[in-house]
Ligand binder design. Sequence first.
Ligand code: FAD
Ligand code: 2HG
Ligand code: ZN
Length: 449
Amino acid sequence: MTADSLVATLRQAVGDSHVLTDDDLRAGYETDWLNKYHGTARCVVRPGTVDEVVAVVKACAAADASIVPQGGNTGLVGGSVPRGGEVVLRTRRLDRLDPVDLRALQVTVGAGVTIEALQQHARAAGLDFAVDWGARASATVGGAVSTNAGGSRVVRFGTMRAQVMGLQAVLADGSVVTHLSGLPKETAGPQLHHLFIGSEGTLGIVTAARLRLVPWYRQTAAALVACESVADAVSLLPALRSLPSLDAVELLMPEALHVACEYLGISPPLHDDFAGAFVMVDCAAHTDPTADLAGVVGDRRGVMALGPQRDQLYRIRDHVTIAIGAKGVPVKLDVAVPVDRLDELLQRVRAVVAPIDGAELIVFGHLAEGNVHINVLGALDHAAAFTDAVLQTAIDLGGTISAEHGIGVAKVHWMERLKGPASMHAMAAVKQALDPQELLNPGVLHCLR
Ligand code: FAD
Ligand code: 2HG
Ligand code: ZN
């Protein structure tokens, strides 16, 4: 099939207006959120139903044309944009929102539904969706499933994997795997849908998800706690974890707090010269959790308890990434180590950054999971050596090279070091079985081929 005949087949499948070939129409789909990863797409195709996805995948398979699945394009590791000549399959039109099932506390939604729309849908029924993060307005359910997204509430509800009760996905040969019944118990063999969680669009196109919902806690209380050091911040965890209403425990190194406040044009809410780290705690319950939270952090020096002004504090947290992006393109890493190794990790990271002239290190993340986002501005020329040193350190400390953003194209070279040969071989065998033509997201999670 020629390029033109593929486009003609795709137009027949999804309608003329949903196959974009002009340079200016494709442009927004060809660059990632960080403005760091770019490529040219053969075309952008926007199917609106699972049948249309099947038709697109079959046409691409017949033309031997690779596909890059794209949801909200908020991914931070370059997995959602073309590398050169692929068809970008944009999922935003897969926007079904089924009624909330109040007996099962679940809902079935299309892969293109945004996290914010899902949250609003759940809340209209008195429930909530558990996973939340700053890109909620654009990030989609399919993208979140495919990256196993985390965010701030993992300490309470787990990652995306813990929310997925079932999926529908279109495989590389155009067959459809549907598992949307949401049964909490089933032991009829392996649950195939788990394969797609975290596989970053390399094993199938997720078209719909059956998701668990959680209570919508409307009473919230938050605190910003100034700690002497990262070790001091970690020492808060046992007491915080004893709070039944604990919803989030975020780590903000002083420079992260400052960069976000500067971007928002506000003064930092807490000035404490002794602070080597800040912890942002969020509690949520059906009854006011302020007293419980105060009971745990109230007698510490440098505490700002916010109660009803929680949203102001979270506005700062949500803007750290945006504020960094406004200053330049950072080297961005997303590692996790056991929490008792966090202090050591950050000391070693500082030692790696120190000799880089003009480099600005900004660290923040999700304290309870030992997950830190290490951003360095002014260090793009040193990206390879810096990345290698930090990822190897994370592995050496018993951690991971990606806690929530995924591998994408950014970290493929470190996969083997992290996983070892047996896991790599098993993953390659799965890829070979499900996508022998290597149509789906080539170059991402490289190890799978
Ligand atoms: P995309 O960026 O479009 O795609 C991501 C990957 O999933 C790609 O490999 C793509 O090919 C694949 N994919 C997308 N849709 C499908 C589908 N339907 N089927 C198969 N494969 C698919 N992430 C976190 O985990 N926690 C955070 O706290 C967090 N905060 C962020 C804050 C900001 C400001 C930004 C910009 C990003 C943040 N992210 C965070 C990263 C990002 O939002 C997540 O990785 C998110 O899950 C990506 O969703 P998306 O719909 O934008 O997917
Ligand atoms: C967050 O926690 C995201 O805000 C983005 O995971 C992290 O920008 C980053 O490095
Ligand atoms: Zn994060």
